[in-house]
Design a protein around this ligand. Structure first.
Ligand code: PMP
Length: 402
């Protein structure tokens, strides 16, 4: 039998490091090791009951068939209302799209717009999937490092320097995975001023974590700050994070009608539509009782405060206080160059995360996966006892270095 040869779009990309980390944790657990898992990229809460009930009721009503590519009328209405609330701008049904998770919506947006050589500006640290999604769709990722000094955020100067005639997209992710950084209104206004000078550039603003924030004000969308850019901004979101619905696979986006039509055309040939049952659940999530969001954010806040205080008390590590999402991005520059009790040199953040797994049984993800080292990402979408035990174990392992 001839050997199977994958297409070049497959060999160009790598599998998600978060998925790989989760697989490694599962493997170690299967070997009987107790692992303190801080790699998790999804809420540890159950989907709220009223959302499950809406899905069960939809099944009862026989809503188990294909829907239109653009979703059920109920979900469309819910998304239009939600986008208007988040951006302050009206959207029409021709300006929204849905897919099997925010991930699929973003992938399809790149597939619908990128030709070979088109550039996508990706501020680093970035969500691991952006560069590979761009590569899979023939585009060229332009990685723009953003330092801790600017809160890991893109500044107008850095953005302006990254744009070329080939720039198709700029990606913004607020709140950010992996840093939890949030762009303020003023920061967005500064970026908008640069974007106004470059009318052919589109912006994909990934706001999937926007309900999980710790400030008094809601997260600001670029569209709210610069409505004049609305016709070249794709706002992507979904129900996974805010409503603990990662397994339901439902994401959505709002953007210019021509772009949305292109995305929907591809979607009509790829999946027709996301699950009808998940659509009913998502409509209930977006329009129903929002107390779950408030309650879960209060829990995340308590965990964030414990994690940040605990990590900052460890010599050699430090991290800024994240304003949103459920991650902290920890600087481990102070342990690089040290040696483990077993005589291994910690040369980079990957060595350090391997050491933590080995010596502390704590699983975290190395900053190199997100494009900026030496850091590691922790997720606090896990119970306070696990966080506290992990910090104690990390501290002990750091103290053992020489
Ligand atoms: N964007 C970011 C920044 C994420 O972290 C994730 C999930 N890890 C997604 C998008 C996609 O989420 P989903 O496909 O579950 O909607």
């Amino acid at each position: 039998m001839p050997e199977f040869v994958p297409a070049s779009r497959v060999t160009r990309i790598k599998s998600s490091p978060s998925v790989a980390a989760a697989a490694r944790v599962r493997e170690l657990k299967a070997e009987g090791r107790r692992i303190l898992d801080l790699t998790v990229g999804e809420p540890d809460f159950d989907t709220p009951q009223h959302i499950k009930d809406a899905a069960i009721a939809a099944i009862g009503r026989g809503e188990t068939k294909y829907t239109s590519v653009t979703g059920t009328p109920e979900l469309q209405r819910a998304i239009l209302q939600t986008l208007e609330r988040k951006t302050g701008q009206p959207y029409t049904p021709a300006e929204i799209t849905i897919g099997g998770g925010g991930k699929q919506v973003i992938f399809t947006a790149f597939m619908a717009t990128l030709d070979a050589g088109d550039e996508v500006v990706i501020p680093a640290p970035y969500w691991v999937s952006y560069p590979d999604m761009v590569l899979a769709n023939e585009g060229t990722p332009v990685i723009v490092p953003c330092s801790e000094e600017t809160g890991f955020k893109l500044t107008p100067e850095v953005l302006a320097a990254a744009l070329t005639d080939r720039t198709k997209w700029v990606i913004l992710n607020t709140p950010s995975n992996p840093t939890g950084a949030v762009y303020s209104r003023d920061e967005l206004a500064g970026l908008a001023a640069v974007l106004r000078e470059h009318p052919s550039v589109h912006v994909l603003t990934d706001e999937i974590y926007d309900e999980i924030h710790f400030g008094a004000e809601p997260i600001t969308s670029l569209v709210a700050v610069a409505p004049e850019l609305k016709d070249r901004v794709l706002v992507t979101n979904g129900v996974s994070k805010a409503y603990a619905m990662t397994g339901w696979r439902l994401g959505y986006a709002g953007g210019p009608a021509t772009l949305v039509a292109a995305i929907n055309k591809l979607q009509s040939q790829m999946s027709s539509c996301p699950s009808s049952v998940s659509q009913a659940a998502a409509a209930a999530a977006l329009t129903g009782d929002q107390s779950f969001v408030r309650e879960s954010v209060a829990v995340y806040r308590e965990r964030r405060d414990a994690a940040v205080a605990g990590l900052n008390a460890i010599e050699g590590l430090h991290c800024a206080t994240p304003d949103g999402a459920f991650y902290a991005y920890v600087n481990c520059g102070g342990v690089i160059g040290k040696t483990t009790p077993g005589g291994q040199l910690i040369a980079n953040d990957e060595d350090f995360t391997l050491y933590l797994l080995d010596a502390a049984s704590v699983a975290v993800i190395q900053g190199s996966a997100y494009g900026v080292g030496p850091y590691f990402r922790i997720s606090y979408a896990t119970g306070l006892p696990v966080i506290e035990e992990s910090i104690a174990a990390i501290e002990k392992s750091v103290l053992a270095l020489s």
